[in-house]
Design a protein around this ligand. Structure first.
Ligand SMILES: [Zn+2]
Length: 201
């Protein structure tokens, strides 16, 4: 969904149910039909309503314009989106050096290699727990965190420090678990509060 805030807020909020339950229920009078609706939601939005005509550090929009634009996406919907990725403006030097083409970045992993890593991570998840991390419920996640050696005192501290809702709390550990599965050179480790901030941001 490109330009997410341009969709009607009422339509956007209808996404909450299928994201959460993987199903969508259509209710008319005495009839109720439930349809499977497991999907991946990928959405993009600009940081301000003027979008491309505004520069990252010299945005000319007023605070209330920006707030109104961003508030079109409700907090409950944002809460259900696992990864929020800020995309910084493209470096002008890089852009010109590439002669108008998309600049190559040495840090990019080739797509074929990424696909292989993801397939392997999914296989690890299914072998370990019979489903993907995305479908782990609260108690299964708690068990996974305990197996990784994370104490409940640490989990509580992180939750309090970042003021996480229960949904965000589960989301963080689902992502930590996915990162762990993607990169077998690392594993979920418990760090102190300062390090945890770095890891989680
Ligand atoms: Zn702006």
């Amino acid at each position: 969904m490109d330009e997410l805030p341009h969709f009607k807020p009422t339509a956007l909020d209808l996404l909450r149910e299928p994201i959460e339950t993987g199903e969508i229920a259509v209710i008319r009078a005495r009839y109720r039909a439930v349809f499977p609706s497991r999907s991946k939601l990928i959405a993009a939005m600009n940081p301000c309503p003027a979008g491309r005509s505004c520069k990252e550090h010299t945005c000319r929009c007023t605070t209330s314009q920006v707030q109104r634009y961003q508030s079109r996406i409700s907090v409950p919907l944002l809460d259900r989106i696992d990864l929020h990725v800020p995309v910084p403006e493209l470096n002008q030097e890089l852009m010109f050096a590439a002669g108008g083409k998309e600049p190559k970045n040495n840090r990019h992993t080739p797509l074929a290699e990424l696909r292989e890593q993801i397939a392997m991570a999914k296989q690890i998840q299914v072998q370990r727990q019979g489903c993907l991390n995305a479908y782990l419920n609260g108690s299964a996640l708690a068990q996974r965190m305990a197996e990784a050696g994370l104490t409940s005192a640490f989990l509580t501290r992180v939750s309090e420090h970042f003021e996480l809702s229960m949904r965000s709390y589960h989301k963080v550990w689902r992502i930590a678990s996915a990162l762990d599965d993607l990169d077998k050179a690392t594993s979920i480790v418990q760090r102190d509060r300062t390090d945890a901030r770095k890891v989680l941001c």
